[in-house]
Design a protein. Structure first.
Length: 259
């Protein structure tokens, strides 16, 4: 016969040697627990302990690829969408320069950089779902997130240096407002919101027109109201006189009958 104590198998003969005395039995159990390799805890249960290493993910600004932008000549690279233009191949150099990255927006430069990184790891032009292609496509977004985070930190730390850095790097940065939540709406929601705003504007125009018309007719309505009240007042006075005359006639007839 075997007895399980603190997850350790102990022969029952050891327990019988302690005798039937309850105190000796408890002392024996404590002695068995002290010589066992299980850490001290509740007898008969496993003691919960934290793991040796707790996983802690890094912040978003410390992850991802943080390589700098490549050193390319913005005056010789066409903007995305104009690379295969037949007209620009035979156009003048000044005309070509207008369609280069020198006069492109920040979004177009990021689009070119993203395409540049994808083509560097793309094994085939039709490769659209490989892990290399997807990871390099997300690099620009991560760089922009890191840059915006650091610019926000710099803006709160030293605003003069923040303005100087924007001027030197020729970048536009809209500071984040922690009290406003930015919502991204799709085309259908934007169209619905636009139609709702048009309906509200139409209702407001009708209200303004009615207010102007009522304001113009207010004087005329006041005069008509005053004349109508005067007519009603005169009619009530005439009615009281006629009623008084009728009552007087009835009293006279009653007296004549009584006499």
């Amino acid at each position: 016969m075997l007895t399980v104590i603190t997850k350790q198998i102990v022969p029952s003969s050891i327990l019988q040697s302690f005798g039937k005395n309850r105190t000796n039995l408890i002392n024996g159990i404590l002695w068995i627990r002290s010589i066992s390799k299980i850490p001290p805890g509740i007898v008969g249960k496993n003691k919960r302990a934290l793991p040796a290493h707790m996983y802690k993910p890094k912040p978003r600004w410390e992850t991802g690829d943080i390589d700098p932008y490549p050193n390319f000549d913005a005056t010789k690279i066409l903007r995305p969408g104009f690379e295969n233009s037949e007209e620009l191949k035979t156009a003048d150099d000044l005309v070509k320069r207008v369609f280069t990255l020198e006069y492109a927006t920040r979004a177009e430069i990021q689009q070119y950089y993203s395409d540049y990184l994808v083509k560097a790891v793309q094994r085939h032009p039709l490769d659209q779902s490989s892990y290399e292609r997807i990871s390099r496509r997300n690099v620009v977004g991560k760089l922009q997130t890191i840059r915006n985070f650091l610019l926000n930190k710099l803006m709160h730390a030293d605003y003069d240096v923040y303005e100087w850095l924007k001027k030197v790097l020729r970048i536009e940065h809209a500071p984040e407002n922690p009290f406003i939540t930015q919502l991204d709406h799709n085309d259908r929601e934007l169209e619905r919101m636009r139609l709702q705003q048009q309906a509200r504007d139409a209702v407001q125009v009708k209200k303004d027109e009615l207010k102007l018309r009522f304001a113009a007719e207010k004087g005329k309505f006041a005069k008509e109201k005053e004349s109508l009240l005067c007519e009603i007042q005169r009619g009530l006075e005439d009615l009281r006189i006629e009623i008084a005359k009728h009552n007087e006639t009835r009293r006279q007839r009653a007296r004549t009958i009584v006499e």
